[in-house]
Design a protein around this ligand. Structure first.
Ligand code: DQA
Length: 145
């Protein structure tokens, strides 16, 4: 079984970008943690980041026919992208939304999420550990690899 983990704009700069908000660990660290969690259980992990909305949508379309679940940190597109919501609405598997920071503690424009209209669960404010929490939930839901 294949699990997709997708990351939106500016997350390539994780570790260097506003570390007081997002921490010092990099996206490579996030990927390593995710692999360490799911690969020993027999799942295949597809881990991607893009600054381009169309690329995230193309990966969601790919996941649609090949994956058993998807975890996404849509970053700023969370708050703007009807297109990503529409793409997620074509998927029938579990979808989890992750935010490293607690978006509800921040500016009001971060309080609304288009993606939450589709997500089966949302994790915010748990730092990069949020990805692992979401993946644990995914494995619980989809069962043995
Ligand atoms: C974020 C929160 C978003 O509001 C922001 O635009 C991001 C990262 C987070 O992980 O906390 O880029 O999704």
């Amino acid at each position: 079984k294949t699990i997709f983990v997708l990351n939106g704009p500016n997350l390539n700069l994780l570790g260097a970008r506003q570390p007081e908000i997002y921490g010092r660990e990099t996206l490579a660290d996030v990927e390593a943690n995710c692999r360490a969690l799911v690969e020993p259980e027999g799942y295949e992990l597809r881990f991607h980041q893009s600054n381009a909305e169309y690329q995230l949508i193309d990966w969601i379309h790919e996941a649609r026919t090949t994956a058993c679940a998807l975890v996404i940190n849509p970053a700023a597109y969370t708050h703007t992208s009807v297109a990503i919501l529409d793409a997620l609405n074509t998927c029938e598997f579990p979808v989890f939304e992750v935010h490293i920071s607690n978006v509800h503690k921040r500016e009001s424009f971060r309080h609304h999420s288009y993606v939450s209209l589709r997500a089966d669960g949302v994790i915010a404010g748990c730092g990069i550990q949020g990805y692992e929490l979401a993946l644990r939930r995914v494995m619980h839901l989809v069962g043995a690899a």
